[in-house]
Design a protein around this ligand. Structure first.
Ligand SMILES: [Fe+2]
Ligand SMILES: [Fe+2]
Length: 376
């Protein structure tokens, strides 16, 4: 039990943090929108979350800020720029290549960006409503990003120009044989092995990336596979963390945001099929040799690679003694936050970031992974 004095001290320091945080945060578009009523929420000192719930929500908020940053970069060049997702003016050449997957692709990019921004804004506002510290990564917006036509040129948090993409989720969700939670040593082959064997840009870095056509199409193909790869990560993160939520309301947040990540993943995994089937595939980028195979060509890899098998195949779940079940996988909760940091680092998303940034993300992850259900 805390003494009333220490409670009061804590309460005062929280309030002064909120005031400081609001002043500092007012510089960013996101935080300024929170300025409406947060102090009123902060008066409720009897409605605290456990330390673990706060830590998991803070990690989620950080992940959502990173998602917002990368999706904004995609939107500036290949989405729909408006006051919902401001910044940039579109790159016609890149956008025309993205539209080969689906004429509505710019709308989907816009909506995915809008959703991620709403996720971090909500999570930070919710944390403040519980007198907990929100997450602000503005100090780490230092990366140059794209200078191609359409980019706002704003400094970025994430690097989309040197990606190494593990597309093994493709067969992980098509396999009925294995689930990484039960078969941690099972090797799920990637859909596009080339993306895992080098560093590739998912956006035109400069206008010299806008030709030849096969190069721009390869960049667009990289983008759509990266989009699906990111969203399958969110699809795992929320159910994995939800298992350790103490507050039913925090559980509700996680099981309400998580499935929107899954809806994004489902959309992108379907669109990604167009990058690895006729008429866009097979394709080789003449500038670097990156190859996108036609996964529907026969013989290829059978059902584990077919582009139209986009529903999660039933697989082992919880126990091999139980019937196979169509589920999100993996959902193992231990170490999930650090696993997400490792996953994002390995894909090159943080190349060029400061050691302080990586330390901060690892600290958030360590705290989130220490959360225990019904403790504190
Ligand atoms: Fe999100
Ligand atoms: Fe997402």
């Amino acid at each position: 039990m805390h003494s009333s004095e220490s409670c009061l001290r804590r309460s005062r320091s929280r309030r002064s943090f909120l005031k400081r945080g609001l002043t500092a945060g007012a510089a960013s578009a996101g935080m300024s929108l929170l300025a409406g009523n947060p102090v009123a929420y902060a008066e409720d000192e009897h409605n605290h979350l456990t330390r673990g719930d706060v830590a998991m929500l803070r990690f989620a908020a950080a992940a959502e800020i990173l998602e917002s940053d990368l999706w904004t970069q995609y939107n500036e060049l290949g989405g729909i720029q408006n006051n919902e997702v401001p910044g940039g003016s579109g790159n016609p050449v890149y956008t025309s290549m993205l539209k080969k997957f689906d004429k509505d692709l710019p709308q989907y990019i816009h909506d995915n960006a809008d959703d991620e921004i709403s996720h971090f804004m909500f999570l930070n506002a919710y944390l403040m409503s519980k007198s907990a510290e929100p997450v602000n990564l503005d100090a780490f917006r230092t990366l140059p990003g794209s200078s191609a036509t359409g980019s706002s040129g704003q400094p970025r948090l994430t690097n989309l120009t040197q990606l190494t993409i593990d597309t093994s989720w493709w067969t992980r969700y098509r396999s009925s044989a294995a689930n990484p939670d039960l078969n941690p040593n099972f090797v799920f082959p990637p859909a596009v092995p080339g993306l895992n064997a080098g560093q590739f840009t998912a956006i035109p870095r400069t206008n010299s990336d806008l030709a030849p056509d096969a190069h721009v199409q390869a960049i667009a193909n990289t983008a759509v596979l990266h989009m699906a790869t990111i969203e399958q990560g969110g699809t795992t993160l929320y159910p994995a963390m939800a298992q350790r939520a103490t507050s039913v309301e925090v559980l509700r947040i996680m099981i309400s945001i998580g499935p929107t990540e899954t809806m994004h993943f489902q959309t992108w995994s379907d669109k990604a099929g167009a990058a690895v089937s006729m008429p866009l595939a097979p394709l080789t980028d003449p500038t670097n040799g990156l190859t996108f195979p036609d996964l529907d060509a026969t013989p290829f890899g059978g059902e584990d690679f077919s582009t139209n098998l986009i529903m999660p195949e039933p697989c082992p779940f919880l126990s091999v003694n139980l019937p196979k079940c169509s589920v999100i996988r993996p959902t193992e909760t231990r170490g999930i936050a650090m696993g997400v940091v490792a996953f994002l680092s390995a894909m090159g998303l943080f190349i060029g970031q400061s050691p302080q940034f990586v330390d901060f993300m690892r600290q958030l992850a360590t705290e989130a992974d220490a959360a225990k259900r019904n403790r504190d």
